[in-house]
Design a protein around this ligand. Structure first.
Ligand code: TYM
Length: 318
């Protein structure tokens, strides 16, 4: 057994990941893969809450795997797997559902937002945090790198672990979120939080043309010395000291500053895009990585679930 602490996180396959996903969370997956026993999955069960198109879900799921490999996750260091290859999490989520009250879960921001938009909300959306708690707790994860929008989900996870431990005896580790303060909420081209649902993203593997049109579309208010929305994205790529000099030199020249941002984005995205294309040409190797990842994780959680079932009194035959 490795002495390293366990790191766990995932991305939902609901469309192309963007620069916000990368700087808020995915970059940490890569940077921390040497220091932790890392497990990164594709949250395809969570995606079912909003995507009920088989072909789209399959394609997005495979795309996230290529995205992971493209950003530099090394399968020799990080176990990459499909959430649906570890179906134990749905069993554990059910157990959590039975010890969690509705009023407690109704306080979740994601649920409240979804409910405000759509009254005919599905139960998966409501139960979402419990499946997430199961993902994390079944693996005895120590740390969970995420962006700010997932913080409440980690708090719910911690509450559930504490409650279960109180009811049935010490069983689950209490995980810590890893949220990087300066990139906790990356802003999009309109100055709101970058999000697929706001149409304000810069895709992480954007083509050069897409980079250009996304940057040209950044909303700027006339009369500002520094176009704030351009600067906010630019500071992800360059140290602020350098940027302040550049933005002072080109004060008020929005088009010039956008050109600089385009150049830096191309330099940043280009090599990752090339690595992704390389992996795309090796589908058998990718399939093998995923099948081995799933097998390894099933083994880990199998042991944990034997313990959990026994604790709650679920008689179970192998
Ligand atoms: P998802 O797919 O919505 O987002 C993936 C990661 O990207 C972060 N993120 C951001 N960070 C900074 N600025 C932004 N604008 C921004 N937008 C997104 C998210 O915080 C997230 O870390 N529920 C999760 C998937 C999940 C999971 C888990 C994560 C399921 N089970 C267990 C960790 C552990 C989600 O939908 O992420």
């Amino acid at each position: 057994m490795s002495a390293k602490k366990v790191l766990l996180s995932g991305v939902k396959p609901t469309g192309r990941p963007h620069v916000g996903n990368y700087f808020g969370a995915m970059k940490q997956f890569v940077e921390l893969q040497d220091s932790y026993e890392s497990r990164i999955f594709v949250a395809n069960l969570h995606a079912l809450t909003t995507c009920q198109d088989k072909v789209e879900l399959e394609r997005n799921t495979q795309d996230v795997v290529l995205d992971y490999l493209g950003i530099g996750l090394d399968p020799m260091k990080t176990t990459i797997y499909y959430q649906s290859d570890v179906p134990h999490v749905t069993e554990l989520a059910w157990i959590f559902e039975c010890i969690t009250t509705m009023p407690y879960l109704m306080r979740a921001h994601a649920f409240k937002d979804a409910e405000a938009k759509n009254k005919e909300i599905n139960i998966g959306v409501f139960n979402y945090p419990l499946l997430m708690a199961a993902d994390i707790l079944v693996q005895d994860a120590d740390v969970v790198p995420v962006g700010r929008d997932q913080q409440q989900h980690i708090e719910i996870t911690r509450d559930i672990a504490l409650k279960f431990n109180r009811m049935y005896g010490e069983t689950f580790k209490i995980p810590e979120p890893l949220i990087l303060e300066n990139v906790a909420t990356v802003l999009g081209t309109d100055g709101q939080k970058m999000s697929k649902s706001y149409n304000n993203t810069i895709p992480l593997f954007a083509s050069d043309d897409e980079i250009e049109s996304a940057v040209m579309g950044i909303v700027t208010d006339s009369g500002q010395d520094i176009p704030k929305n351009v600067y906010e994205i630019h500071k992800l790529l360059k140290p602020e000291r350098e940027l302040q000099k550049l933005y002072a030199e080109k004060k008020g020249q929005y088009a010039e500053l956008k050109k600089e941002l385009i150049k830096d984005l191309k330099n940043f995205i280009g090599p990752m895009r090339a690595r992704r294309v390389e992996w795309e040409s090796k589908p058998e190797e990718v399939e093998k990585i995923m099948s081995e990842g799933g097998k390894k994780m099933r083994k880990v959680v199998h042991e944990k679930m034997i313990e959990v079932r026994a604790k709650v009194g679920l008689i179970h035959n192998e």
